[in-house]
Design a binder for this molecule. Structure first.
Ligand code: HEC
Length: 241
């Protein structure tokens, strides 16, 4: 080996008098010498800190709004799609029928209360025109109405403001399929048409007015329905219903 001071054939940088390789060797060696205060952080410290950081992150995520914010409307879990499948309008409607308040008057079994609340089960207003039925629910009904041979003279408040087109469609689909002898389902798009047409209506319907406005056989135009009958998806696991 040549002397570091004399340029030798192994010196890469010919203008230098030092052997660059050797100089680097000593630098590499000395880097390994640990000075106090210069030691790498031990793995144990990382392991201790990790759960703390996780907890802190979770805490921040949960409480950054100062807890539950009252401004956020209540999350309606009943409207979540079924995992791995499309929404079943009849199932959703059944939940809404109780949660929205129809059941309080028309009873959970849809039989109503004699002399006060007319039944929905087998009612001619449920089995007939979906448009008339939607109009009754949307804007309410007042005065005499004959249901299955009995006359009711109460008043039903407008339910439209408590619902939205989707909820109205689901509730109607549930009532019509369960209690209307399998009458046609209603899509959110169809319910939307009723909301648009009667958005300015503030009064409840009377039966006379309703019959004058819409013939008994007038049905809502067929719109929407992708949600009710989704295209089969080969990649999705079959929904367990
Ligand atoms: C506060 C009580 C009350 C609530 C809540 C209520 N209804 Fe009614 N509903 C009535 C009454 C009373 C009548 C009959 C009104 C009349 O005599 O003109 C009626 C009539 C009806 C009719 C037509 C008659 C029949 O029996 O078929 C339908 C359809 C109907 N309601 C559906 C609903 C649906 C759906 C909801 C929930 C979105 C609902 N109602 C919420 C009291 C109520």
């Amino acid at each position: 080996m040549s002397d570091p001071a004399t340029p030798g054939p192994r010196n890469i940088d010919y203008s230098e008098s030092m052997n660059v390789g050797r100089v680097h060797e000593s630098v590499k060696r000395e880097k390994d010498i640990r000075q106090p205060g210069n030691e790498p952080v031990s793995l144990g410290v990382y392991l201790l800190l990790a759960p703390l950081l996780l907890l802190a992150g979770g805490y921040f995520g949960l409480y950054r709004d100062g807890g539950q914010s009252p401004k956020v409307p209540a999350f309606d879990a009943s409207l979540l799609p079924e995992p791995g499948g499309a929404i079943d309008p009849v199932k959703e409607g059944k939940k809404l029928y109780s949660s929205v308040g129809c059941a309080a008057c028309h009873q959970p079994n849809g039989q109503g209360q004699p002399g006060i609340y007319p039944p929905l089960v087998d009612s001619e207003w449920v089995k007939g025109s979906d448009k008339r039925m939607a109009m009754i629910i949307h804007s309410g009904l007042i005065g005499p109405v004959t249901v299955k041979g009995n006359v009711y003279t109460g008043a039903m408040p407008a339910q439209g403001p408590l619902l939205n087109p989707k909820k109205l469609a689901y509730i109607m689909s549930f009532i019509r399929s369960e209690w209307g002898g399998g009458a046609s389902l209603v899509t959110p798009e169809q319910a939307q048409l009723v909301y648009e047409e009667f958005k300015d209506r503030k009064e409840q319907w009377t039966i006379a007015e309703l019959e004058a406005a819409v013939p008994a056989d007038e049905m809502l135009p067929k719109v929407g329905g992708e949600e009710a009958a989704p295209a089969p998806d080969a990649t999705a696991p079959a929904a367990a219903n």
